[in-house]
Design a protein around this ligand. Structure first.
Ligand code: FES
Length: 154
């Protein structure tokens, strides 16, 4: 069940758009903030609130890699391994995360501190290899800098 705060946010979002479908993506973010990820309950609640078929809600929700489709750790690391970042050393960064934290694509550390998702491009090609930790962008990653960066997240 959505909290009263989330219901209020959903209603405000719904009122902001003349077409309910336009409110779908913001609604999915509200649900993700509420539940931590998007599952059957979130899709049903959004479907009922916006009056959009559940299959359509789920279709949009599962399309975007920026949305979480299963429970994740407290901090989500998203690393780009597309061409620019790959040329600049993304594979070394991914290998470091595997060795240091036991992280594989889609996995979570046993203490739920980090989850890792490998992505195609996060729009930071000029500062590759690049990653997002939650909503914070970092670039020019090396083993040393990534260790310093991740030490800031508990
Ligand atoms: S290729 Fe890595 S951010 Fe674009």
């Amino acid at each position: 069940m959505f909290s009263e705060t989330a219901i209020r946010e959903l209603e405000e979002t719904k009122a902001r758009y003349p077409d309910r479908k336009a409110a779908l993506l913001p609604a999915l973010y509200i649900a993700q903030k509420e539940f931590g990820w998007l599952g059957a309950e979130a899709y049903e609640e959004i479907s009922a609130t916006l009056g959009i078929p559940k299959a359509a809600v789920r279709g949009v929700g599962t399309f975007y890699s920026m949305l979480k489709h299963k429970p994740m750790g407290r901090n989500l690391i998203r690393i780009c391994t597309n061409v620019s970042c790959m040329i600049l050393g993304a594979e070394k960064v991914v290998d470091f995360l595997r060795r240091k934290f036991g992280l594989e694509d889609g996995s979570t550390t046993s203490d739920s501190r980090f989850s890792l998702v490998i992505m195609e491009c996060i729009g930071a090609c000029a500062i590759g290899p690049a990653m997002l930790v939650n909503d914070d962008l970092y670039g020019n990653l090396t083993e040393k800098t990534i260790e310093e960066i991740l030490s800031q997240y508990s």
